[in-house]
Design a binder for this molecule. Structure first.
Ligand code: SF4
Length: 333
């Protein structure tokens, strides 16, 4: 990450909410909603990587897609380069969208099997009318293929002819061909073999250094998040429960949920004196979240106050936010 002193944020997300109507029985009197993302706020600086971590179903992917308006948020404000993204329409929306891209989790499902590699990577250029001729489009596509490590001779091949890692390189090429300032990476390596994961992560880092993009990097894997992030945001049941610089978070995790996640990172037996924290029970339903602290039904530190009073997300050290009544008191081992 470059020196960001005095820089304006690239992205400011304020009180973002995304509710989905829940299916209710015919006897249900009131409509219920699944609170997939509930009051999420954060900023992202240019060239920064914000890692977003949490269990499946915590709302991290919905949050990433809502920020890009791939699914329309229910409430909240999204400022991109100082402009109101939620109010943007027509030409302005088109222009802003071209600067904000996404890499999807599943390289098998996210590429159109009927299109060649060249056509897939060229699609954003054609939609945005970036090039004056077909030759120029081809030239741009071949250049990007080289940048992501795809042999240009694959230009006319189809996605099914490639391995998972190569398909993800095609997805990355499609995301960066318009030279965006922001890329949401939605679990981009979790469908890949472990041996390929580090290649793709290193490619993403290299591209960030050369092109200066900011990433929102979503993953359930804290080792991956540690490898790639500058700052980390921990989500639980649609809420942010802790956020800090990577080093601060990994050294001084304060929220019991973050401590439990960290304790589950595999480490060699001989190097570990760390006690594993096993969370009891499943993630509660986001249609009917627990009262008070949303984590109290599974928290190993819960006290009487926890089921009654919701803890605020408050700053406990410089840039370190935590939503727990006992933040700062409950240091991880
Ligand atoms: Fe656990 Fe209570 Fe803190 Fe919630 S507020 S994380 S239940 S100790």
């Amino acid at each position: 990450m470059s020196d960001q002193t005095n820089q304006a944020p690239l992205l400011e997300v304020k009180h973002l909410r995304k509710l989905f109507p829940a299916k209710s029985g015919f006897l249900a009197k009131e409509k219920t909603y699944i609170k997939a993302v509930d009051d999420v706020s954060f900023t992202l600086m240019p060239k920064e990587t914000l890692g977003v971590v949490g269990e499946s179903g915590c709302g991290k992917s919905t949050m990433g897609r809502s920020v890009l308006r791939l699914i329309e948020p229910t409430e909240g404000e999204i400022l991109y380069k100082g402009e109101d993204f939620r109010q943007a329409g027509g030409q302005q929306l088109r222009k802003m969208r071209s600067d904000m891209q996404i890499i999807f989790q599943d390289p098998y499902a996210s590429l159109n099997p009927r299109m060649t590699v060249g056509e897939i990577i060229a699609e954003p250029l054609n939609i945005q009318k970036r090039c004056g001729s077909k030759e120029e489009v081809r030239e741009q596509v071949l250049k990007v293929m080289e940048v992501v490590g795809l042999n240009p001779k694959y230009y006319n091949r189809y996605p099914h002819e490639f391995s998972g890692g190569q398909r993800q390189r095609i997805g990355i090429a499609r995301a960066i061909v318009l030279q965006p300032s922001l890329v949401v990476c939605d679990e981009p390596v979790s469908a890949l073999d472990v041996s390929i994961q580090s290649q793709v992560l290193n490619l993403l880092r290299k591209l960030q250094e050369s092109m200066g993009m900011a990433y929102i990097f979503i993953s359930h894997n804290l080792s991956v998040i540690k490898h790639i992030s500058d700052r980390v945001m921990v989500m639980y049941l649609g809420h942010v429960v802790e956020m800090a610089d990577k080093k601060e978070l990994f050294d001084n995790a304060s929220h019991p949920y973050t401590q439990a996640l960290l304790s589950a990172i595999p480490v060699p037996e001989r190097h570990s004196r760390r006690k594993k924290i096993i969370l009891q029970g499943d993630l509660p339903s986001p249609a009917n979240p627990p009262s008070g602290c949303i984590f109290h039904t599974r928290c190993f530190m819960a006290q009487e106050i926890c089921s009654k009073q919701k803890p605020e997300l408050k700053e406990i050290a410089d840039g370190h936010l935590c939503a727990c009544h006992f933040c700062g008191l409950n240091k991880g081992e």
